[in-house]
Design a protein around this ligand. Structure first.
Ligand code: SER
Length: 320
């Protein structure tokens, strides 16, 4: 990993992954890219940066060749809820985009690719508790369909072309820097912002909805540790379950109330409830633990304290 390209760098995961990879591998060796150039701010200079649309095959190929890229973190994607509003666009971005990246990587001499799958690869026929690594994947959302297809496509490039493609199935990602855009697990981030800003929140899933979640430092750790792992230890390559915590929306509200006692949360499920109900409640991540020493640091209590502290700091700085 000497010359790295990140797609979707301005997104929820990309923002913080870009910062961490630049810290580790040098600013000039990590090329951030996104469909639009984000504004620089006090804590984030985006340079080196390329405007890159992953549905543009030639542009992907040019970026990989021009920058002499050897590693790609391909994060650009449409999430589950927005994917249901425009399933054709979700397929185009998530699958054609991935195919362009894999093809350009294999032709352009890239050594390693990271591509995140999701708990959305599972569906209502999957065992929902302690969901196994290798199990039924029959999702009911277009986002999930693209995740299952993507896992298969990535594995195909591993076996057919020897391209070293690796990835995890992320649970809902909770973070304090950049908001997620259009996912089903967004409530677990929004609730913190609204608790601090307004003191109340209307949650779009039922109080008893349990989903697996991960805090951003562990999300970044999963990507970097898997990519740095010894290839000879990997039995799987893509779609590793990674577990960190599972809680209900009601438990999350109660945890926040320990620090903001007046916080009020109402539950008004919308169409995203059906998506949440089709996903696992908890994950068996023993393959990730055995094959590349996956070990998360944050659970519900530690994550809540850290989130509230980080968002309060942003509030004081006027950046919330
Ligand atoms: N967090 C994503 C979503 O809700 C799942 O990968 O769409």
């Amino acid at each position: 990993m000497k010359r790295i390209l990140i797609t979707g760098a301005a997104g929820q995961i990309g923002t913080e992954l870009t910062r961490e990879l630049r810290r580790k591998y040098g600013v000039d060796n990590v090329i951030a890219s996104s469909r639009h150039r984000p504004e620089d701010d006090a804590k984030h200079s985006w340079t080196p940066f390329e405007v890159l649309d992953v549905t543009d095959r030639d542009a992907i190929r040019a970026a990989i060749e021009d920058y002499n890229i050897d590693t790609v973190f391909h994060l650009a994607a449409m999430l589950s809820a927005v994917g249901e509003q425009d399933p054709q666009a979700a397929w185009d971005v998530n699958i054609n985009g991935l195919h362009h990246v894999l093809e350009a990587s294999r032709r352009g001499g890239v050594e390693k690719v990271f591509w995140p799958s999701s708990i959305a690869a599972f569906g209502p026929t999957t065992p929902r508790n302690n969901t196994p690594q290798d199990t039924i994947t029959q999702p009911t959302t277009m986002y999930g369909v693209t995740k299952v297809t993507g896992e298969l496509l990535c594995d195909y490039y591993v076996h057919r072309y020897g391209l070293d493609v690796r990835g995890v199935r992320y649970p809902g990602v909770i973070s304090s820097d950049t908001l997620p855009g259009g996912g089903t697990t967004d409530y677990a981030v929004e609730i913190f912002y609204e608790a601090i800003r307004q003191g109340h929140y209307t949650c779009f899933v039922r109080e008893d909805t349990v989903l697996p979640m991960i805090y951003m430092p562990d999300c970044i750790l999963a990507a970097t540790r898997l990519m740095e792992a010894d290839l000879s230890r990997l039995q799987h390559h893509n779609g590793f379950n990674v577990s960190a915590m599972s809680f209900s929306a009601g438990e999350l509200a109660a945890e926040i109330r320990k620090y903001i006692p007046e916080f009020a949360c109402r539950f008004e499920p919308d169409q995203r409830q059906a998506i949440a109900d089709s996903w696992p409640r908890s994950l068996d991540d023993s393959a990730a633990r055995a094959e590349w020493d996956w070990q998360p640091a944050f659970g519900l209590a530690g994550m809540t304290v850290d989130m509230l502290e980080k968002l309060r700091t942003r509030e004081q700085l006027g950046t919330l």
